[in-house]
Write a protein that binds this ligand. Structure first.
Ligand code: NDP
Length: 307
């Protein structure tokens, strides 16, 4: 089968591409930098301007799935007004590109996998949150909500659409984990803020497996929490990270200090949290390989992988 991935050069997209190609599938990666990339076995790069279907809509003919992961990275820089506008705008534009491509495509794919995040729910304390919970408040909730809505029109075209409300993806060689572990490596690790806030997470291998499950599962439509079943608090994360790296984990970073340094970004990314549960995914029969954080960390940090 052929899968077209917008944002396929990113942390999740690269892993999804590797997994599909390993199983003999064809992947078209849409990238703004496609012209500088050499095709590899099973992978072609198609030009993507981030706003329209120009140059790639024809590739949807005969494709099994279109996966929309493209968007400005949320955590790689301080949230200035301009940066926040890029974070939101790039996702609204990517949604518009998807809708434009679907309207030009010679035939529709079977399914659209639409990116989103557990940030959709906002800061929700310790109550388990399943997919039927309403959207929360704050910048990340607004981004997720509007990003999801940007391709809602695909359903009116008769296309099956699964929305992946993804937790923090933990994997080797990218994503948030290297930055989360850095203080622990320097003996400066510990919980953030009160430590009681929930940190939803998912192993990269399960993220990829869940996306592939949703592509293959004809009954999968609507929102899905892609979060490991065993949620942890920031206290729990610090303890597990300290154990995994054999480092102390008691140096708490106080909330007021983080708020002073990072403002709104601290509040939304680190000091709030949501205990997202993968209700609909498990109901459909998806089995996680990594249900607990210690298992996930020991897999990701095993010496053969780090070298
Ligand atoms: P990355 O930041 O690694 O990759 C995103 C891709 O989007 C890039 O490879 C890039 O492709 C493209 N992109 C970047 N900036 C822009 C822009 N301004 N306009 C259009 N395209 C752009 O993201 P991840 O792979 O980590 O995540 C994929 C999606 O899932 C993201 O949208 C992210 O917000 C969301 N998500 C990720 C989580 C995580 O923990 N990783 C958690 C929850 C949600 P190119 O430069 O080739 O065009």
């Amino acid at each position: 089968m052929r899968v077209v991935i917008a944002g396929g050069t990113g942390f999740i997209g690269r892993a999804l591409t590797r997994s599909l190609v390993r199983d003999g599938h064809e992947v078209v990666v849409l990238s703004r930098g496609a012209s500088g990339r050499k095709p590899a076995p099973g992978i072609t790069y198609a030009p993507y301007d981030g706003r329209t279907g120009e140059g790639w809509a024809h590739l949807l003919g005969g494709a099994r799935a279109l996966v929309n992961l493209a968007g400005e990275n949320i955590a790689s820089g301080y949230w200035t007004k301009t940066r926040k506008a890029r974070i939101l705008g790039s996702r609204l534009d990517a949604g518009q590109a998807v809708m434009d491509a679907l309207s030009r495509a010679p035939a529709l794919p079977d399914v659209l996998i639409q990116g989103s995040a557990t940030g959709y729910y906002g800061d929700r304390g310790d109550v388990p949150i399943a997919e039927d919970a309403p959207a929360g408040a704050g910048f990340l909730a607004e981004v997720a909500c509007r990003w999801e809505a940007s391709t809602a029109g695909a359903e009116a075209l008769g296309l099956r659409r699964a929305v992946i409300r993804t937790a923090v993806v933990l994997g080797a060689g990218g994503g948030a984990l290297p930055r989360m572990l850095a203080p622990f490596r320097f003996f400066l690790g510990g919980p953030l803020g009160s430590g009681r806030q929930y940190l939803p997470w998912i192993h990269l291998a399960d993220e990829v497996a869940a996306i592939r499950f949703l592509i293959d599962h004809e009954a999968a439509a609507g929102p899905f929490n892609l979060a490991a079943p065993e949620a942890v608090t920031q206290d729990g994360f610090a303890a597990a990270a300290g154990r995994a790296l054999a480092r102390p984990a008691w140096l708490r970073l106080p909330g007021p200090v983080m708020r002073l340094a990072l403002g709104e970004m601290a509040r939304e990314l680190f000091l709030g949290g949501v205990r997202a549960v993968p209700g609909r995914l498990t109901e459909l029969g998806f089995r996680f390989c990594f249900e607990t954080l210690p298992d996930a960390l020991s897999d990701i940090l095993r010496p053969s992988r780090e070298s």
